[in-house]
Design a protein around this ligand. Sequence first.
Ligand code: PMP
Length: 452
Amino acid sequence: MKDQSWQARADAHSFYGFTDLPTIHDRGTVVVTHGEGPYIFDTEGRKYLDANSGLWNMVAGFDHPGLIEAAQAQYARFPGYHAFFGRMSDQTVMLSEKLIEVSPFDDGKVFYTNSGSEANDTMVKMLWFMHASEGKPQKRKILTRKNAYHGVTAVSASMTGKPYNAVFGLPLPGFLHLTCPHFWREGQPGETEEQFTQRLVNELEATIIKEGADTIAGFFAEPVMGAGGVITPPKGYFQAVSKILKKYDIPLISDEVICGFGRTGNTWGCETYEFMPDAIISSKNLTAGFFPMGAVILGPELAGRMQAASEVIEEFPHGFTASGHPVGCAIALKAIDVVMNEGLADNVKRLSPRLEAGLAQIAQNPNIGELRGVGYMWALEAVKDRETKTPFDGSLSVSERIANACTDQGLICRPLGQSVVLCPPFILTEPQMDEMFEKLETALKKVFAEVG
Ligand code: PMP
């Protein structure tokens, strides 16, 4: 008889993304049925504290009544529309006003997508379109950093600085990756953090000069690299980078898909790291994960130049069927209100020192080389030898083992390289935080005892 288990049914007809299939066949698929606050429940009746907030996005938890109500009300009022041909929903208009109001910009314009990847692709196309309209069609190269994550579409995957994209023959030509700004790992012996920043900035300027500023369309950066393993920038990095980019007339785009709306303790990561980008890419927290949506938020200068370009080249031939979807916009309006005005952003500000202190305690384990992060995004990097920062042999899959040992106790966290990442929902209570610490510490001790 055909195996009718959820595992078999999932395997039969559904693809997993970013999943090591042999491991999943050994361990079993977690088929999730519902959630309560920061917890999810599976078909086997198991309960997990999701310290990943889904994929960094479910910041208000999995059952927020206000968000559900906002979605239901908008579905009843007007369940779907686009933003093409001079038409858009009232919710779209209101969300754009709100986004500019809460953005660091005095003025600006918003373009909607269904995801963060598409928002990055859209921004790249905007830059190409704008530069071409200004008589610089060769100003097309995109600068990002090694280990950056900007998405999975062909363009955003080309921006992503991960070696795994080689299987697709990516990056596309003209996508250049600079040194990852991770001081602990990339800093040279004897180099200070300030000297490291200066070295990165020198590399940026040398690259611009070598390639020619007139061939570079823009520089994209996450304020804190999320999927790169929660890499916080070294001292003075964004101030120095901004200065160089301005000197050569290269727009700075802040990819705030993870950092936006409170994750770093302020509304924007660029606020936390005190720099002013030319545009912001948003997604994930934008709808608290309750609707797939991304947004390109252009500051006043780029908005003006795009407006002028649209007049020169007639129209911007770009948009998605669900760009500015009214239900997504209604949910985003509610999510922004919930995060900013219902105490969620305050929780991050108030409790992040507690989160850091608890993790610092756990990081005293001699097999933890570095604890890094800010706000509600943290990583613990495992090492075989703390002194020499020697990693464990890759074949031991240490971070995967730690994540699995956490899952076995009902805690979800994410293995990234040799690090374990924690990015809990903003609604996490103090006892839930303690539950997370306890389970994580037990898992680390178990795995480090096994791998010695
Ligand atoms: N940019 C960043 C910084 C991200 O973290 C992600 C997703 N993890 C993306 C872009 C891509 O977003 P999406 O998965 O919605 O396409």
